[in-house]
Design a protein around this ligand. Structure first.
Ligand code: AMP
Ligand code: GLY
Length: 421
């Protein structure tokens, strides 16, 4: 098959790496891709938010299947356009992508499905929102309803912080995403991520992970897109995964189908676990980045078999052969990230790194200039490794990190600290 992947981050490099190993893949194209992806696929320039342009590109290049990485093209309806053109697509419709694009939509679905989640209320006016906060007290969580690049959530420890967040959001700090605000009960516990493929009917669990959202060691400092992850997440035991499937995932899928928006693609459930019970924090309608890098190294070529079965609506036939393995990915970011950072610094040492089924340096924000790999984004490289236990995966991942010669780069040295404690 000729396959097109949309996106250009570490997640898409990991997806491309897994797809490329599967014998079903003839030609692999990634748009826009990055310098690492360019070593295994054709990187095409294409407006990935424009469904008509994507379809035209597919027709011109005999693309038979499209895999959509990030949320923005999904929310923009690119999957709908691709399917309407009769091309196989992995990724939910714009209607189903509301599970990530609107927090209030997700909460309504959870309520209708009876899925356990935080108590909540929605507001379009500051005064009513503030009255609610005063009545509930702190800690409390304030969220802009729409997509805000992971920045639209304020976990307020005090009532004053929550009231200030209301002023910010209705004051336009998040643009249209903040025109409506969701206020939630604060949930204590440990967070973990659960990834499930869904084809509208069936669901197949494809792994658990834990991310490290803060920039600083010991989980301190500002939030980022994620500074490292590992899979599996030990807290999500088999029994707890079964509970999540029965109480959260399946009821959500049934409700989405009932409302005429059957969900097809990967569903990423962010969970809060306390006293052996899981509640939903949020859904994302795509793979996590960098969680995907750890998942793909564990799954390898079979990831594409499952994704392909999902896109064709025959997930009931798919299965995963789990090795008893663990994977970790450590993000190398540009100094200054998640604030402002320089672009263009040269990264050395990459060509000498091991590359096999246990070691992969996935690229995120990289560009090749005059034959050299340069940094062109905030998160730049993902040192990803696999082992028989997490400690071995960690040793191998940091071994990759130490082989990189990039003085302008930073990374956390403590990825996995909770699980290895
Ligand atoms: P979200 O974008 O909804 O995932 O929120 C981002 C982060 O905020 C989550 O990963 C949690 O760490 C935190 N968070 C969101 N909602 C809650 C909640 N109701 N209780 C506690 N923490 C939350
Ligand atoms: N790593 C978190 C996310 O992809 O949303």
């Amino acid at each position: 098959m000729n396959i097109l992947i949309l996106g250009g981050g570490g997640r898409e490099h990991a997806l491309a790496w897994a797809v490329k190993q599967n014998p079903k893949c003839d030609r692999l194209i990634v748009a826009p891709g990055n310098a690492g992806i360019a070593q295994i696929a054709w990187c095409a320039a294409l407006d990935i938010l424009d469904g008509a342009a994507v379809v035209e590109f597919c027709n011109e290049n005999t693309v038979e299947m499209v895999i959509i990485g990030p949320e923005a093209p999904l929310a923009a309806g690119v999957a709908d356009a691709v399917r309407a053109a009769g091309i196989l697509c992995f990724g939910p419709s714009a209607g189903a992508a509301q599970l990530e694009a609107s927090k209030a939509f997700t909460k309504e679905i959870c309520d209708a499905a009876g899925a356990p989640t935080a108590a909540w209320a929605r507001f379009t006016e500051a005064e009513a929102a503030k009255d609610y906060i005063k009545a509930q007290g702190a800690p409390i969580v304030v969220k802009a309803d729409g997509l805000a690049a992971g920045k639209g959530v304020v976990v307020a420890e005090t009532e004053d912080q929550a009231l200030a967040a209301i002023d910010d959001m209705f004051g336009g700090a998040f643009g249209a995403a903040g025109a409506e605000v969701v206020i939630e009960e604060f949930m204590a516990g440990e967070e973990a991520s659960f990834f499930v493929l869904c084809d509208g009917q069936d669901a197949l669990a494809i792994g658990t992970a834990q991310d490290h959202k803060r920039i600083g060691e010991g989980d301190t400092g500002p939030n980022t897109g994620g500074m490292g992850a590992y899979s599996p997440a030990p807290i999500l035991t088999e029994a707890l995964q079964e509970q999540v499937m029965e109480q959260i995932i399946r009821p959500t899928l049934a409700e989405m189908a009932r409302q005429g928006m059957p969900y097809s693609g990967v569903l990423y459930a962010g969970l809060m676990i306390e006293n052996g019970q899981a509640r939903l924090v949020e859904y994302n309608v795509r793979f996590g980045d960098p969680e995907c890098q750890a998942l793909m190294l564990r799954l390898g070529a079979q990831a594409f078999d499952a994704i392909h079965a999902c896109a064709e609506g025959r997930l009931s036939e798919a299965r995963i052969d789990w090795a008893d393995d663990h994977a970790m990915t450590v993000v190398l970011a540009a100094e200054g990230y998640p604030g402002s950072y320089e672009k263009g610094s040269v990264i050395g040492g990459l060509e000498d790194l091991p590359e096999d089924s246990c070691h992969m340096m996935f690229h995120a924000g990289t560009t090749e200039l005059d034959g050299k790999i340069t940094a062109s984004g905030g998160r730049v490289l993902n040192a990803t490794a696999r082992g028989t236990d997490l400690a071995q995966a960690r040793e191998r991942a940091y071994g990759l990190v130490s082989g990189v010669n990039w003085p302008e780069g930073i990374h956390r040295r403590d990825i996995g600290w909770r699980a290895l404690k």
